[in-house]
Design a protein around this ligand. Structure first.
Ligand code: GTP
Ligand code: SPV
Ligand code: MN
Length: 599
């Protein structure tokens, strides 16, 4: 397909305008074919960006520049008309000012490169919940990854020609090539030139200078969360940083659960978990993003808008997440910033077997026992969701799946117990709004520090967080049948004891918590009301066989009143930053929590 074959004036003039500004050598309209994928991969092998793996079919290893390894939150901007619309938790820049900056950066930025135009769908192309996007990019790495992560399909062009809406996504690695200038294996721009920008009012994304993950695969965080959260607010639905799983009891009863944990806090693992509990089954709908609308049955239905997994590699093993291993072992995957074994496979920390020697993610020789990490902590695999051996049969159902429970959670070494059930929707929204987690390597800077990350959306909400809380309350208040709203729970797999050891085994044993949640959603399962919410009654989780000491069980299953009282001032300060935009209901929840803790 050529530019001249496109009929939609809006689409055609948008592509033309960017190609005039970026001055690529050529413009290629992508079709989503296997031939196109293979051609991109071959190009990347030739450029030294990709290495074809001998040990996994049709799979490649990729090493990025050392400066381009994760999302750059400091360089991410919401360019709404007013600063207030972006709220206190986003970097804001006036749209007109940002456009001047971007114009300067993009001028001639694709010289010596090919400009790809990727037509893609978030959600199955024919689903009424799906939304379309076009990503302009000068990175064949992005094209290959988008092929896996989204549904790339040139049939979308005809739909746009016929009037369908689309989100405009523009991306450049920001590394133009002068005549005869050789390319580098991972072109990108220095940190101060990187700009990941969003224009919520015009549904546009413009990203410059990074080739990695959420900075560059614009269908994911930029579109499916930052822009979609604004669309969801305007249209009355939810766009959330949530996995979706299907849970089947030994009696064959099914419930769907969605869970919001911050980046690198266990979504992919929970979504594909192999339960350490006989008779129970977990299957995957999605591992990162959920789009939800009320269905004709009055229940909240979720779709996974993605088509693949961009999963954290370190820590993934046959022991921790066998289904992720089986997914990537089938091949057709891209491994970014993993180490390479000498026989042509990938390696990362936590894998089942450690090789004597390998080449680390920075292309240096690495020896077993070395203190340096072989793989970058945010090394990732890109793999097709359809290859997951436990993908649920409903995963592409255009109507979505009805959600029975929401889980919120994060990494908390102290204070927060294993599981806590909200008293009702409003209390659940309070739990989501006051989520906090120790930071991980998924974003550059701050790893290990505790920060508030409401609904795991801190870096992903495209508008004022206070209004986002209000939107959640409105969704509850406007539910067609409030008795059919999902129940809300708060979980913490990461509690540590005084020796600094995780006290909960996690992974497959998280099924024990899912079982209790399942039972609570069926009106069964024993709980005790506490100051912070409903905790499992003693023995309700059935942990006797796990060999957890009484002291550690105490940490997991009781309320640390002093600990909570000590963090109350931080919770207060966190909520106060939203000023007059903080919903009154949440201020009331805070006061009620304080009163209960002091009672
Ligand atoms: P993003 O893709 O960044 O959104 O991350 P995610 O939320 O999908 O996190 P993921 O499942 O990839 O897990 C991140 C890290 O947490 C991995 O190193 C896991 O091994 C580890 N992890 C996941 N679940 C558990 C658990 O139950 N207990 C412990 N201790 N670690 C876990
Ligand atoms: C996350 O950071 O939450 C991710 C990885 O899922 S990225 O696509 O880089 O955003
Ligand atoms: Mn994520």
């Amino acid at each position: 397909m050529q530019l001249t074959d496109i009929k939609s004036p809006a689409l055609k003039s948008w592509i033309q305008q960017w190609s005039d500004l970026c001055t690529p050598d050529q413009v290629v309209i992508c079709d989503g074919s296997k031939a196109e994928y293979d051609a991109c991969c071959n190009l990347l092998v030739k450029a030294g960006t990709f290495i074809k793996l001998d040990k996994k079919p049709n799979s490649y290893a990729c090493r990025t520049d050392v400066s381009d390894v994760a999302r750059v939150e400091e360089r991410t901007f919401i360019c709404s008309e007013t600063k207030d619309a972006a709220g206190p938790t986003n970097n804001w820049c006036a749209p007109a000012e940002m456009r001047v900056t971007l114009n300067g950066l993009f001028k001639g930025c694709m010289a010596g490169r090919t400009m790809f135009v990727i037509p893609f769908s978030m959600g199955p192309v024919e689903s009424p919940i799906a939304k379309f996007g076009f990503e302009i990019t000068d990175s064949p790495y992005v094209v290959a990854n988008m092929h896996i992560m989204t549904r790339v399909n040139d049939s979308i062009i005809a739909k746009v020609d016929a009037g369908a809406e689309f989100v405009k996504c523009v991306h450049s690695v920001g590394y133009p090539l002068a005549a005869n200038q050789p390319d580098v294996p991972w072109p990108c721009a220095p940190i101060d030139k990187k700009h990941i920008t969003h224009f919520p009012e015009t549904r546009e994304i413009i990203s410059f200078g990074s080739g990695y993950g959420g900075n560059a695969l614009l269908g994911k965080k930029c579109f499916a969360l930052r822009i979609a959260s604004v669309q969801a607010r305007d249209e009355g639905w939810l766009a959330e940083h949530m996995l979706i799983l299907k849970l089947t009891s030994p009696q064959g009863e099914v419930k769907f659960v969605a869970a919001a944990f911050p980046s690198a806090c266990g979504k992919t693992n929970l979504a594909m978990m192999e339960p350490n509990l006989p008779g129970w089954k977990v299957e995957t709908i999605g591992d990162d993003i959920a789009w939800m609308k009320f269905g004709p049955d009055g229940r909240l239905h979720a779709i996974n808008p993605e088509n693949g997994f961009f999963g954290v590699a370190p820590g993934t093993s046959m022991k921790s997440n066998p289904n992720a291993m089986r997914t990537v072992n089938q091949g057709n995957s891209i491994f970014s910033n993993c180490a390479l074994t000498l026989d042509g496979d990938v390696y990362w920390e936590g894998m089942d077997q450690t090789p004597e020697n390998c080449v680390d993610w920075q292309r240096r020789p690495w020896k077993k026992g070395s203190t340096a990490k072989a793989a970058h902590p945010n090394a990732r695999f890109t793999a097709p969701a359809a290859q997951c051996p436990v993908i649920a049969k409903e995963w592409e159902d255009p109507a979505g799946v009805p959600i029975s429970a929401f889980l919120f959670g994060g990494r908390r070494a102290n204070v927060v117990p294993l599981v806590n059930e909200a008293q009702d929707w409003e209390h659940g929204v309070f739990l989501g709004a006051t989520m906090a987690s120790e930071m991980t390597a998924a974003a550059i800077g701050g790893a290990g520090q505790l920060r508030f990350d409401p609904f795991a959306m801190l870096p992903f909400c495209g508008y004022h967080m206070g209004d986002y809380f209000a939107h959640w309350l409105t969704v509850g208040a406007n539910a067609p049948d409030p008795s059919k709203l999902p129940k809300i729970f708060y979980v913490n797999w990461f509690r540590k004891n005084e020796a600094g050891k995780f006290v909960w085994p996690g992974f497959g044993d998280n099924a024990r918590v899912l079982k209790w949640i399942f039972e609570r959603c069926s009106g069964k399962g024993q709980a005790v009301a506490t100051a912070i919410g409903n905790l499992p009654a003693p023995d309700a989780l059935g942990l006797a066989d796990l060999g957890i000491t009484a002291a550690d069980q105490q940490l997991l299953l009781t309320v640390d009143k002093d600990g909570w009282l000590a963090v109350l001032p931080q919770i207060k300060a966190h909520l106060e930053q939203f000023g007059s935009r903080l919903p009154k209901a949440l201020a009331k929840q805070l006061a009620a929590l304080e009163a209960r803790l002091k009672a």
